[in-house]
Write a protein of this length. Structure first.
Length: 458
């Protein structure tokens, strides 16, 4: 299976410039290719063009050609396209079509014409490949973000499509799971499947791929790791200063517990937590360990027990789209301060400072829904920061961000003062070592250890 793109240009409806600008690309059967570049540079758009999604469902302007073995993917009927292409989007939640884990994998197999007897044997095998050890009747919506990501990858590879298009398949997967998944993809490529993968976790995949393509501002900048330096993707993260003086206790809870409806086990099990001013607390642990449940409970969205303190809390979920509802990015950033009845000059000051710090200046007039996922996430974080909460809760705040943007975001978050705290869930070890003042490691709903990054991650 070959993928050929010639002179591809694409402009979204209402866009001022092309998101993809004259890209030429050819992939041969069995190649495992990494496509990377700065946030918002057009990687996801190019991947959607490769899969025929924008040709079938977009209303923008496309010029140039995209061919899979000589055929336009946009012209393939759904029953044919599923046999040719496996696609994984940035947002696994939006890609789910079934109610249970087993049915999700079965759906793609049925669409590709597999018989019931073959489907029954294939489902456990492919779930084992992605290390998703769940009962087949486990509800999809009860999975963590990382588990959902494993599931949609399993569904994409289940039918043996000869072309896989993967948009940041590692963004919410823990480090052990990422290693396992890359090994599976490498094996699939060696068996003849062509893989084009967009990913910001370059260090996790660079030794396993055949080629590295670097994109910038809608264009292919070049091939090879040397181009990473040109777009700042090989730079180490700047570090935040150590926390020396802790402020007051902002929130505290003892024996916090929660069990999701229909689950036989607790997502949180007798967790004690105390957050003080000045702290930058990283919540870490395997996929499904309870990190997001804890953050949702601390934010007041789940009844996990009594939490003391009168902190002003604002949270940003894993899916930034759940936090965005205004018509422009400027309105998103100004909404919270306006609701707090702040002086208009103070509202604009906060918007300007935060937009500048998170590289959103040129996006303020644009609708958040028209931005890349990484840009939408920064918009959601910026909107939360403009509220100036005493406790800011962030679930995977660096997902979809290149390292330059990660550094900018965390540097700004680290300047909030000794009377405010940051609590963030992440799998990014480099991020934690550079910015966390304390690490809480959770497994099976319990805190198993906590301390500095060097103590917990040793």
């Amino acid at each position: 299976m070959s993928l050929t793109i010639q002179g591809a240009r694409y402009r979204y409806p209402g866009g001022r410039t092309d998101a993809v600008k004259g890209v030429d690309l050819m992939l041969k059967a069995g190649e495992f290719v990494l496509l990377t570049g700065p946030t918002g540079c057009g990687k996801s758009t190019l991947l959607r063009l490769a899969g025929g999604l924008l040709q079938r469902h977009g209303s923008g302007v496309l010029t140039g050609q995209v061919r899979i073995d000589g055929s336009s993917p946009g012209d393939l009927a759904p029953s044919q396209r599923v046999k040719h292409v496996g696609y994984v989007s940035q947002m696994p939640h939006d890609q789910l079509v079934a109610g249970t884990v087993g049915d999700e994998v079965a759906f793609g197999l049925e669409s590709a014409g597999w018989t019931a007897s073959k489907i029954e044997g294939r489902i456990p095998t492919v779930l084992q490949k992605v290390a998703l050890n769940m009962p087949l009747n486990h509800p999809c919506l009860a999975l963590s973000g990382g588990q959902m990501q494993r599931l949609v990858v399993a569904a994409a590879i289940a039918g043996g499509a000869p072309l896989l298009l993967l948009d940041e398949p590692l963004s919410q997967i823990d480090n052990e799971g990422a290693i396992q998944l890359i090994a599976v993809l490498r094996q699939i490529a060696e068996q003849g499947t062509t893989i084009l993968m967009v990913e910001h976790r370059v260090s996790s995949v660079i030794d396993s791929v055949d080629r590295v393509l670097v994109m910038s501002d809608g264009e292919l900048l070049g091939e090879g790791v040397k181009y990473l330096q040109d777009v700042g993707l090989d730079q180490p993260l700047p570090t935040s200063p150590p926390v020396t003086d802790l402020g007051p206790v902002l929130m505290q809870g003892d024996k916090l517990s929660y069990r999701w409806p229909g689950s036989k086990t607790h997502a949180l099990d007798d967790v004690d937590i105390c957050i003080r001013g000045g702290e930058r607390v990283a919540i870490m642990g395997p996929n499904g360990s309870g990190k997001s449940t804890l953050l949702q409970g601390l934010a007041g969205h789940l009844s996990i027990g009594s939490i003391g303190g009168d902190a002003y809390i604002v949270d940003v979920p894993q899916d930034p789209d759940l936090a965005l509802f205004c018509s422009t990015t400027h309105e998103e950033l100004s909404y919270g301060p306006k609701e707090s009845k702040l002086d208009p000059a103070e509202v604009e000051r906060r918007v300007a400072n935060t937009a500048n710090g998170l590289d959103l200046d040129e996006l303020l007039a644009r609708p958040p829904q028209a931005l890349s996922r990484g840009q939408r996430l920064r918009t959601a974080v910026a909107a939360a920061m403009c509220c100036d909460p005493s406790v800011l809760l962030l679930d995977e705040p660096t997902s979809g961000q290149d390292r330059t943007q990660v550094g900018r975001m965390m540097s700004m978050l680290g300047q909030r003062g000794s009377d405010k705290a940051l609590v963030f869930a992440t799998h990014d070890i480099e991020l934690v070592k550079a910015h966390a003042s304390r690490v809480i490691w959770i497994e099976n709903g319990k805190i198993v250890r906590q301390g500095t990054a060097s103590e917990v991650l040793a």
